[in-house]
Design a protein around this ligand. Structure first.
Ligand code: TYD
Length: 202
């Protein structure tokens, strides 16, 4: 047990996680709470290997890919998440093990097995799962970020990822419709977090 809170942002690419997370962080800090913002894949050695994979996914098998994400997360939990939670910090992470279950699940790994491999990782107090139709996600990536889609982001693949995300039954997951303006999405996020804070007596 630890005094902090762990909140994970999840969802397919282009749902706005990296816009929404800092907005929530600012809001919580304005309320006097201590917040840490973090993300996966990390910038550590395994995260860098993962980024190299984006460029040519055929370099590795799905199992090797899964291995790298798990190694990256082990290091992230041990060096960042766990110590922050022990200090009473509210940790906001952009992606966590639900991403692995969905993305590596979509390339053939068993999601149940992936969840089971994460017994070392603290269960989040709240998962904000941002939902968006896949077509909207890919057009956001192309138009707003001006990027071509990397291998992780191919449309057909993202359909599978989205349906795996939709299938997860965990009670910590709150689904947020991310097809709305940024402020509306943020206001739904704050409402879900407020419920958590009240429940935890923060
Ligand atoms: P993303 O959040 O887009 O990171 P960045 O903004 O640094 O590129 O994540 C990169 C990709 O990695 C994304 O397409 C999802 C994928 N991914 C997995 O396949 N499994 C995982 O466990 C994680 C954390 C990410």
């Amino acid at each position: 047990m630890y005094p902090g809170l762990l909140i994970a942002f999840e969802g397919i690419d282009g749902t706005g996680k990296s816009t929404q997370l800092p907005l929530l962080a600012t809001h919580l800090r304005e309320r006097g709470l201590t917040v840490a913002e973090t993300k996966e894949p990390t910038d550590g050695p395994y995260g860098q290997q993962i980024r190299a994979l984006y460029r040519d996914r055929r370099q590795g098998t799905p199992e090797q890919e899964l291995e790298l994400f798990v190694l990256d997360r082990r290091q992230h939990v041990a060096e960042c998440i766990q110590p922050a939670l022990e200090q009473g910090t509210i940790v906001l992470t952009d992606r966590y093990y639900f991403s692995t279950a969905a993305y590596q699940g979509a390339v053939g790994c068993d999601p149940g097995h992936i969840f089971a491999r994460h017994d070392f990782a603290p269960e989040p107090d709240l998962v904000l799962l941002l939902t968006l139709p896949v077509e909207a996600s890919t057009s956001r990536i192309r138009n707003l970020r001006g990027e071509t889609l990397n291998d992780f982001e191919q449309q057909e693949q993202l359909e599978k990822v989205a349906s795996l995300f939709a299938s997860f039954p965990h009670s910590c997951i709150v689904r947020i419709d991310a097809a709305r303006p940024v402020e509306e999405v943020q206001s739904s996020i704050r409402a879900a977090v407020q419920q958590l804070l009240v429940r935890k007596g923060v």
